[in-house]
Design a protein around this ligand. Structure first.
Ligand SMILES: NC(=O)C1=CN([C@@H]2O[C@H](COP(=O)(O)OP(=O)(O)OC[C@H]3O[C@@H](n4cnc5c(N)ncnc54)[C@H](O)[C@@H]3O)[C@@H](O)[C@H]2O)C=CC1
Ligand SMILES: O=C1[C@@H](O)[C@H](O)[C@@H](O)[C@H](O)[C@H]1O
Length: 338
């Protein structure tokens, strides 16, 4: 079966996912695209031989749209996801599931009422081969019980519109999700430390930040978020356990030796670093939709990520240790932080 996809949002990532669904993934076809900017929608639709539809509501209602991809601005996600669930259609929503925890809960409730898993949130790191290798090592108990995890998330630079809260909401949200999944544990508390500010950050931006998370079982996680590091896009993760440690592999790159030095390139942005993870993420989503299986990261994971990022922003603003106030996980989403 070919999964016919309708796409809401034809901006930077929407355009890239249309290319992926058209040229990389098998078993999918983009049939309709909508964007507030009709010209942009037209341009992107043309690359896939799809048609332009005026609004998101129209697109979700099209009879030949089997599944929906939401790649519009974060504050619009909840409305589109709720409409897709109401129509009984599988929906892939780029992160965040919603910018507000209450909206995330509304989606959770709607999905439970629908009686089957329809929502997948775009946490692509769970599809990265390096993170998957780490997960296998941890699950097999090779390093013993994990005690600490040291992480870094560095971007070369960010636009002027990026504000201090986005370090959690837009950037650390990926670690928050992947660490819940890796450790099969819940984050229960957070503190944020602010070192000396880099002179490359614009005046109102706290950069870098050190986020300290504690899990329910007592694992301590330190995460450096540094979004003006200048040298490239760099993701680090090292789990230390009772009898060893496991470190996320560097992306494979040739080492060049010349003029007395060895050098290995650093990816320049997240698209380059996680391109294969995105490809695998979409192939697995399409395969799951085609056979009616439950998709990947759930609406519950989207809710958890938003609650934890909210607590992280509060910790940054207050300077205090903040407890994460998460509801109990419904049985519908049983199976750990997956
Ligand atoms: N998984 C990842 O690593 C990444 C995820 N994202 C997420 O993807 C989403 C989109 O980000 P970008 O592509 O960078 O933004 P963008 O601003 O480049 O594109 C968003 C597009 O959505 C359209 N749009 C907004 N509201 C709409 C609505 N109600 N109906 C139809 N179209 C609408 C806008 O006109 C724009 O063309 C965000 O939620 C962002 O957090 C973005 C970058 C990386
Ligand atoms: O999702 C992403 C961006 O929105 C965010 O701004 C970056 O910091 C992340 O590395 C990237 O994966």
């Amino acid at each position: 079966m070919t999964v016919r996809v309708g796409v809401i949002g034809a901006g930077m990532i929407g355009r890239d996912h249309v290319r992926r669904l058209t040229d990389v993934v098998t078993g999918a076809e983009v049939v309709a695209v909508t964007d507030l900017d009709a010209a942009r929608a037209g341009e992107v639709a043309a690359t896939a031989g799809a048609r332009v539809v005026p609004t998101a509501a129209d697109l979700i209602g099209q009879s030949d749209v089997d599944a929906v991809l939401v790649a519009s601005w974060g504050p619009t996600h909840a409305e589109h996801v709720l409409a897709a669930v109401a129509a009984g259609k599988p929906v892939f929503c780029e992160k965040p599931l919603a910018t507000d925890a209450e909206d995330c809960l509304r989606i959770v409730e709607a999905e439970i009422a629908a009686g089957r898993r329809l929502v997948q949130v775009g946490f692509m790191r769970r599809y990265d081969s390096g993170y998957r290798e780490l997960k296998k090592i941890l699950d097999a108990g090779e390093i013993g019980a994990p005690l600490m995890v040291h992480c870094a998330h560095r971007n070369a630079s960010v636009p002027e519109s990026y504000h201090s809260g986005m370090a959690a909401q837009d950037t650390a949200v990926h670690e928050i999700d992947v660490l819940r999944w890796l450790l099969d544990d819940e984050i229960v508390g957070v503190q944020v430390l602010t070192p000396r500010r880099t002179r490359h950050a614009h005046a109102a931006l706290r950069d870098p930040q050190i986020m300290l998370f504690e899990t329910a079982s007592g694992i301590r996680i330190d995460l450096e978020v540094f979004v003006n590091c200048r040298y490239g896009y760099d993701i680090q993760c090292e789990a230390v356990g009772e009898k060893g440690l496991a470190r996320l592999p560097e992306p494979a790159r040739a080492a060049v030796r010349t003029a007395g030095v060895t050098r290995t390139g650093v990816p320049q942005d997240w698209r380059e670093r996680f391109v294969t993870a995105f490809d695998v993420e979409f192939q697995e989503w399409v395969d799951a939709v085609a056979v009616g299986e439950p998709p990947g990261p759930s609406a519950w994971d989207g809710y958890a990520a938003t609650v934890i990022t909210d607590a992280t922003v509060e910790a940054l603003e207050s300077g205090r240790i903040v407890s994460v106030g998460m509801k109990d996980r419904p049985a519908f989403y049983a199976g750990g932080a997956r």
